[in-house]
Design a protein around this ligand. Structure first.
Ligand SMILES: CC(C)(COP(=O)(O)OP(=O)(O)OC[C@H]1O[C@@H](n2cnc3c(N)ncnc32)[C@H](O)[C@@H]1OP(=O)(O)O)[C@@H](O)C(=O)NCCC(=O)NCCS
Length: 445
């Protein structure tokens, strides 16, 4: 048994009594009241999910297993001569809550290397997509096609004790994660490089092998590691994480659940926003004929966008109320590597001018930049200029947190998710604007 799996088994055995006790002894303890605004308004802020993999504080940003992002980047082991840590180490942290040592990470790099070969039919599924298809649709279908490989589905069919559900989920998760760089880079080759695939190198780690298959030289390996790590998890309520949890709660396997999460991530209000930032900035670059705008010109462009009824992409957040630490990690990297890039100069200007404008406008609850304000710009700088592909990169990173959650969901036997819905009539009765017996709108009387 791998080192990671045996550590995880111990953690699971220790954790189970805590969940059991909460359910059995404190199941009726009231945690929060729910308003009609929350019921209609996308369930914002309702505390009804549990995860120990990450927690999003509105003012501080994300913590993975209690560690802030700067701590994660400082503490996780790094490959030789690399600025950014091994992605594999993050999986160990997310699964066990412990920072792995160098030998544990090397074990995991080997495990990934053994599991990375993609079945032939996955290339064929990607090849079968008609031209002009979106890379996220291809990505989702490639993952879905591999459901036939699911170890969990086979074990479940054969009959397996509930207490052992997490074990085949673990196997499926590692098998899937190890293949995602290959799937992503093949979609890239298929769509933007005339199908010319670069064969993976089994001696490289997750991030470096992805950079190699994308055909991008150093420091794109560090860009890939940074990108995957900062996008890995944002607690459980966001669309992609919640989708995976919901689908997984019906005991769907890792492939079915992860494919579903990719579909949620593909929406413009979620993972697609990173490409919007670049589209919007390049529109301004065209208007400026390539010159760098003054602060006044940038302010005018931001106001023009707002006056035309559009949002400023890359700013605002449903939960965060401060600058996103994921933005800051990328900003620090950019200040080191991208200072001469004109697009970074634009982004730098936006960092100064947008928050005061959004505050003055007074609508956005959070005027500060989020992760997407910076990520596309870095990709563009290193030659990944095809906007549509950016969400695939997000998806590869997000899958790390998704599988960590799915394994623990099974370990703690979280049940089928099934919230209760009400009718509009019922809500009106509760609000006191409809008489239950008369079934007539009281305002009409
Ligand atoms: C992320 C986002 C969808 C969160 O939405 P939300 O939780 O509804 O945000 P708020 O509660 O702050 O929205 C209140 C109002 O401020 C507006 N607002 C929020 N962010 C804004 C922005 N970046 N630019 C302009 N207006 C914004 C909203 O559109 C809303 O206006 P309305 O009352 O006319 O509908 C939103 O901030 C947004 O659209 N940002 C730009 C897109 C983006 O960067 N998405 C990636 C997020 S990681």
């Amino acid at each position: 048994m791998s080192n990671l799996k045996s550590i995880l088994r111990e953690k699971i055995e220790d954790w189970r009594p805590r969940t059991k006790r909460l359910l059995e002894e404190y199941g009726n303890t009231v945690v929060d009241k729910v308003t009609i605004g929350q019921i209609i308004g996308g369930m914002r802020g309702i505390k009804c999910l549990v995860t120990d993999i990450s927690y999003l504080d509105p003012n501080e940003g994300i913590r993975y297993r209690g560690y802030t992002l700067p701590e994660v980047f400082e503490l996780l082991p790094k490959p030789k001569n690399a600025e950014m840590p091994y992605v594999e180490g993050l999986l160990h942290l997310m699964l066990t809550g412990e920072i792995p040592n160098a030998s544990q990470v090397n074990d995991l790099v080997d495990e990934f290397s053994k599991r990375r070969i993609l079945p032939r039919y996955v290339y064929e599924v990607i090849d079968a997509w008609p031209c002009c298809s979106h890379p996220m649709a291809m990505f989702s279908s490639a993952i879905l096609a591999m459901a036939r490989e699911s170890f969990f589905a086979k074990k479940y069919k054969a009959g397996i004790s509930k207490n052992e559900y997490w074990d085949p989920m673990y196997e499926d998760s590692l098998n899937l994660l190890a293949k995602l760089p290959e799937i992503g880079s093949y979609i890239y080759a298929k769509l933007y490089r005339d199908g010319k695939r670069i064969v993976g190198n089994p001696d490289l780690d997750f991030g470096a092998n992805f950079a190699h298959m994308m055909g991008k030289p150093k420091p794109y390996d560090d860009v890939a590691r940074m990108h995957f790590i900062i996008h890995a998890d944002h607690e459980s309520g966001n669309v992609s994480a919640h989708t995976a949890h919901l689908v997984g709660s019906s005991l769907s396997d890792v492939y079915l659940s992860t494919s579903a999460m990719i579909n949620g991530l593909a929406g413009p209000l979620h993972g697609l926003a990173n490409q919007e930032v670049l589209r919007w900035l390049q529109d301004l670059m065209d208007k400026m004929g390539g010159d760098i705008p003054t602060e006044d010109e940038m302010r005018q462009y931001v106001w023009d966008t707002l006056h035309s009824g559009q949002v400023i992409p890359g700013f605002g957040h449903a939960v965060l109320r401060k600058t996103d630490p994921r933005y800051m990690v990328q900003r620090e990297f950019s200040l080191k590597h991208l200072t001469d890039d004109p697009i970074f100069k634009y982004v730098d200007l936006l960092y100064k001018v947008v928050p005061p404008i959004l505050k003055e406008q007074g609508k956005a609850k959070n005027p500060w930049p989020n992760v997407d304000a910076q990520s596309g710009v870095i990709q563009w700088h290193y030659g990944v200029t095809e906007y549509d592909f950016y969400t695939v990169l997000f998806g590869i990173g997000r899958a790390i947190g998704i599988v960590a959650n799915l394994i623990w969901d099974r370990a703690l036997l979280y049940p089928l998710e099934r919230p209760k819905s009400l009718t509009t009539d019922m809500l009106e009765e509760m609000a006191g604007i409809r008489d239950k017996n008369l079934t007539v709108d009281m305002q009409d009387e």
